[in-house]
Design a protein around this ligand. Structure first.
Ligand SMILES: CC(C)(COP(=O)(O)OP(=O)(O)OC[C@H]1O[C@@H](n2cnc3c(N)ncnc32)[C@H](O)[C@@H]1OP(=O)(O)O)[C@@H](O)C(=O)NCCC(=O)NCCS
Length: 186
């Protein structure tokens, strides 16, 4: 893969926000599904939660890629375990397929390890996320709570010596800004 070494990954700062908005709209507009409010979702999640984590990929210190993590939980009958959900992830259309998304994901995984997070989850294409040692949520018996969304796009990676089997039948919940999660209430 061609990779431009002048692309750097760093934590997002307030002055990145406008560029992040624009690059997110651009990335999704050029995707198969189009832009469906992902840029606004980022703003809503940032305003609603202090404990988000976000990375930007920069070229000449201008954002060209972005990754957001927000708190989520896996709930079983007996307990709840907190983790972080990756998404949206966006790379400006002109920069796609040049390794920028990979750098963002690697930066995020490293931060999760350094910060002793329990796990990361992500919803997206298996060809991309399987590279980062994520496995299907459903393989571990876990379920997401979004009615109408397929199971085979949700992935998880545990970081601690958490026994995944302990959470079989657990339900994964993103923060409320991601929309209704009433799959098991219908
Ligand atoms: C998904 C995305 C972040 C990947 O960023 P990127 O910088 O293009 O990724 P990289 O260059 O590091 O890796 C690209 C590889 O992942 C694969 N890939 C990326 N997105 C893919 C997708 N949606 N479906 C299948 N494969 C995908 C590419 O085929 C490529 O494979 P290769 O290395 O064998 O050529 C970027 O394509 C993007 O912004 N897409 C639009 C927004 C989006 O769909 N975000 C994800 C959901 S939140």
């Amino acid at each position: 893969m061609h990779f431009d070494k002048s692309v750097k990954i760093r934590a997002e700062i307030d002055s990145d926000r406008e560029a992040v908005y624009r690059l997110t709209v651009d990335a999704f507009e050029h995707s198969d599904f189009g832009h469906n409010g992902e840029a606004e979702l980022i703003n809503a999640v940032r305003s609603g939660h202090r404990d988000t984590f976000s990375l930007v990929a920069v070229f000449n210190d201008k954002p060209i890629g972005y990754l957001l993590c927000s708190p989520c939980s896996i709930e079983t009958q007996n307990e709840s375990i907190v983790g972080m959900a990756i998404g949206p992830v966006a790379v400006a259309s002109k920069w796609q397929k040049r390794g920028v998304g990979t750098l963002l994901m690697e930066g995020c995984v490293q931060h999760a390890i350094d910060s002793h997070w329990n796990y990361l989850v992500v919803a997206g294409h298996p060809d991309f996320y399987a590279r980062f040692k994520f496995e299907l949520l459903s393989k571990l018996g876990l379920k997401h709570c979004f009615a109408g969304m397929p199971d085979n796009i949700f992935f998880i990676r545990f970081f601690k010596a958490v026994q995944a089997s302990k959470f079989a039948d657990g339900q994964l919940r993103y923060c409320a800004e991601f929309g209704p999660q009433n799959r098991f209430e219908l």
